[in-house]
Design a protein around this ligand. Sequence first.
Ligand SMILES: Nc1ncnc2c1ncn2[C@@H]1O[C@H](COP(=O)(O)OP(=O)(O)OP(=O)(O)O)[C@@H](O)[C@H]1O
Length: 258
Amino acid sequence: MSGPKILVRDVSKVFPPAGGGNGAFTALGGVSLEIADNEFVTVVGPSGCGKSTLLNILAGLETPSGGEALVDGKAVDGPGPERGVIFQQYALFPWLSVRENVEFGMRSTGVPKKERRERAEHFIRLVGLERFADALPKTLSGGMKQRCAIARAYAVNPSILLMDEPFGALDALTRVRLQEQLLQTWSSDRRTVLFITHDVDEAVFLAGRVIVMAARPGRIHDVIDVDLPYPRTEEVRLSPEFGKLRNEVWQAVYHQDH
Ligand SMILES: Nc1ncnc2c1ncn2[C@@H]1O[C@H](COP(=O)(O)OP(=O)(O)OP(=O)(O)O)[C@@H](O)[C@H]1O
């Protein structure tokens, strides 16, 4: 494939005023971005800078007011199986087991039953939930539920994963474990990933490139390449190079007036 996997060209999004009064709100004002196939990109920025709006436009859940969003060279015009979306809330069906939840997404894409079963097994193993395949979501911890959501997204075989603060509701330790596991999964089965987070450490640890956004209007403020080797081990996390990049991203997020 030639050309970027994801191309965002001068995308804006204006929301009508709440309650129908005057003063429309510009959530995104002219965002342009290219993401290559199999790239892992994170997006950080202050609350309200339009991170979710950008992700929702790529997911096909919102339409841009101006500009265009292209995936594989085609304009996004609604959700599609090639784009898996994972939100902060786990969105698992509570009455289905882990295995059934993972299989569920494949049903709508017409994967035959036997293959659904095999693929579910594979991805449940990949996220380390094989002992819990028959468990219901209510018996799982938050981290396990999110691993199940990741397995379900992967099983549909999307070439793009759009992740909106997927670890936002988890405690720090679980979060670090899931970051490592997500990277392991991604390393053995590469996809193009756009991952939104509030956490600067998380943004640097995961990404090959960090997009820093600014608010009012939502726009790209800075793009920082993370030139650290994969696999990203604890050693990488504790290295001076990591610290330097984290400081750089931190400055870009919290001192945007300079
Ligand atoms: N449906 C909507 N109608 C009106 N305004 C909206 C709508 N969706 C989002 N907004 C506004 O657009 C702005 C950007 O929202 P968005 O959720 O994209 O930001 P964000 O960077 O993801 O924020 P956070 O980090 O707090 O999740 C916010 O000010 C929000 O209030």
